[in-house]
Design a protein around this ligand. Structure first.
Ligand SMILES: C[S@@+](CC[C@H](N)C(=O)[O-])C[C@H]1O[C@@H](n2cnc3c(N)ncnc32)[C@H](O)[C@@H]1O
Length: 284
């Protein structure tokens, strides 16, 4: 079987299984199997798969037709141009969160030795991307899940920024780390309303940790808590940067304003959905 035929057959099988972007998924898996980049695949189309490659290819294809996320099968996810190790303990980093990372490192980079707190760090994608792009930044990364913190630590090591990130195990709904004031508090908290989790895509519902998804009855539990507890932990010119779910921006703006914060802007994502709320503690 040539690589081209394998790709065509896989695309059909993935489409039948209900996988979104079936052709792209097949190509990512094949690129991994034969060890080339996805754009270079056409150069290999006419070649046959070798026996060891067939075994790995079939195992990936079976996994993906069973709706296991591509990133779990490959063990890695791309985020802000960096490769992150992922497993079932952490949310697979999402493209829309790259916007949050960029906004956070843009604020951090203009300050000398900015101190950043990442609340609900998961894979560490935000903490590591900020540390990697704003090179003098000191980062604190908090998560309630010890398994997620292990993965985040591994990713910090992988990208050579572990010496500038301190990891804290704790419950963000109770307290933020007591390490002084922050120049930036950034968070992509769990924000799915509890009852909506069952209706999510299989890959998300069955494979992302529930802890990373469940934002309570209306999805706003973490925003309520962060609005109450984070504004007083910002430096006078500090910024609170929050990712929000589709349709949640208005409610989050109200929560922050009700606690005396000032919302500076709400940034849209690439689909023009209001996605990032930027606020300061200063309401003057
Ligand atoms: C939506 S995920 C975000 C992960 C990562 N920052 C990202 O953007 O991909 C939310 C994270 O919050 C963590 N989390 C859930 N409840 C928490 C709590 N009470 N305190 C601290 N972290 C919590 C989860 O373990 C998960 O890693």
């Amino acid at each position: 079987m040539t690589i081209r035929t394998a790709l065509q057959e896989a695309t059909t099988a993935l489409e039948r299984a209900g996988v979104e972007n079936a052709a792209a998924n097949a190509e990512w898996m094949m690129a991994d199997v034969i060890g080339c980049s996805r754009p270079a695949l056409p150069l290999h189309w006419a070649k046959p798969l070798e026996p060891a490659q067939i075994q790995r290819w079939q195992s990936l294809l079976t996994g993906r037709t069973n709706r296991i996320p591509l990133q779990h099968l490959l063990g890695t996810a791309q985020f802000c141009g960096l490769e992150f190790e992922v497993n079932r303990s952490v949310l697979v980093p999402r493209p829309e969160t790259e916007l949050l990372a960029e906004a956070a490192w843009a604020v951090a980079a203009v300050k000398e030795s900015a101190v950043v707190l990442d609340v609900g760090t998961g894979s560490g994608c935000l903490a590591v991307a900020v540390a990697a792009h704003a090179e003098e930044t000191i980062v604190h990364a908090l998560d309630v899940s010890p398994a997620a913190l292990n993965m985040a630590r591994a990713n910090a090591e992988r990208h050579g920024v572990a010496d500038r990130i301190t990891f804290h195990e704790g419950d963000a709904l109770r307290a933020l780390p007591s390490v002084g004031l922050f120049d930036v508090i950034v968070s992509n908290p769990p924000y799915i309303p509890s009852l909506e989790i069952e209706s999510l895509q299989v890959e998300v519902r069955d494979h992302d940790p529930r802890l990373a998804l469940d934002g309570g009855a209306d999805g706003l539990d973490f925003y309520r808590s962060l609005a109450r507890h984070s504004l007083s932990r910002l430096q006078p010119d500090g910024r609170l940067l929050l990712e929000v779910g589709d349709g949640q921006a208005g409610a989050v703006v109200e929560l922050i304003t009700a606690q005396g914060g000032r919302v500076l802007e709400v940034l849209p994502d690439l689909n023009n959905i209001e996605r990032i709320v930027v606020a300061s503690a200063d309401n003057s």
